[in-house]
Design a protein around this ligand. Structure first.
Ligand SMILES: Cc1cc2nc3c(=O)[nH]c(=O)nc-3n(C[C@H](O)[C@H](O)[C@H](O)COP(=O)(O)O)c2cc1C
Length: 201
């Protein structure tokens, strides 16, 4: 079964993010077509990127990076739940993405955005970042409005049609996460045979 992580995108005290991420998780778990889990970036206490080498070197120095890497690596796809801050995603979610590289590559990603304009500008930024990380971004996305999907901008009460949007996004996410799996397996077996050759040399 494919494994999908729903990743939170805010560490702000009083954040709306957790309500949205938990809604995504609970709705996704009704599908029984993949194993869905929540990864809360708040639990990893990631400081602003403090690794000496770029993530592409895959030589992490810090315990928090290694813990984040171990948490992210096992999944086949991700749902990023992002707020919009100043027409962009939160610094917290960008920072969490920047920490890693190979863990994201050749996997699929879908987006749930929220804000006064449905988080669309935040998601557009994240699509650019996803391209560089070799994360295949699916077209369907969930746009949640602070005006119509929250009461008093804080109590999450999504409009019924947002559920259809969520399932449409998850349908695409699972299709691509599954389609990319053989590619990852091929890359992993090539790495393993390279390592074996080095050992036998
Ligand atoms: C620093 C900051 C900048 C924001 N800028 C925008 C913005 O540009 N567009 C928008 O739609 N909402 C904006 N908002 C509103 C947030 O999307 C809204 O407060 C949301 O609940 C924030 O997510 P969080 O509660 O999970 O941290 C901003 C909020 C903050 C704190």
């Amino acid at each position: 079964m494919l494994k999908i992580a729903i990743i939170t995108g805010s560490t702000r005290p009083g954040r709306n993010n957790e309500q949205v991420a938990r809604w995504v998780l609970s709705q996704a778990q009704t599908r029984e077509d993949a194993e869905y889990s929540l990864l809360d970036i708040q639990d990893f206490n990631l400081p602003l990127l403090d690794e000496p080498l770029p993530a592409g070197y895959n030589q992490y120095k810090n315990g928090h990076t290694k813990a984040w890497s171990r948490a992210v690596a096992p999944f086949d796809g991700y749902v990023l739940v992002t707020p919009e801050y100043n027409h962009a995603p939160s610094a917290a979610i960008k920072n969490a993405l920047d920490y890693l590289s190979v863990e994201w590559a050749n996997k699929a990603v879908g987006f749930v955005g929220y804000g006064s304009a449905g988080g669309v500008r935040a998601v557009e930024h994240l699509r650019q970042v996803a391209g560089e990380l070799q994360l295949a971004d699916v077209r369907a996305q969930v746009q949640l409005s602070l005006f119509t999907d929250f009461e008093n901008f804080s109590a999450f009460k999504p409009h019924d049609m947002k559920l259809d949007d969520l399932h449409a996004m998850l349908d695409q996410l699972l299709a691509w996460a599954g389609a990319l799996k053989p590619l990852r397996e091929k890359a992993e077996s090539a790495e393993a045979s390279e390592a074996e050759q080095l050992l036998n040399a």
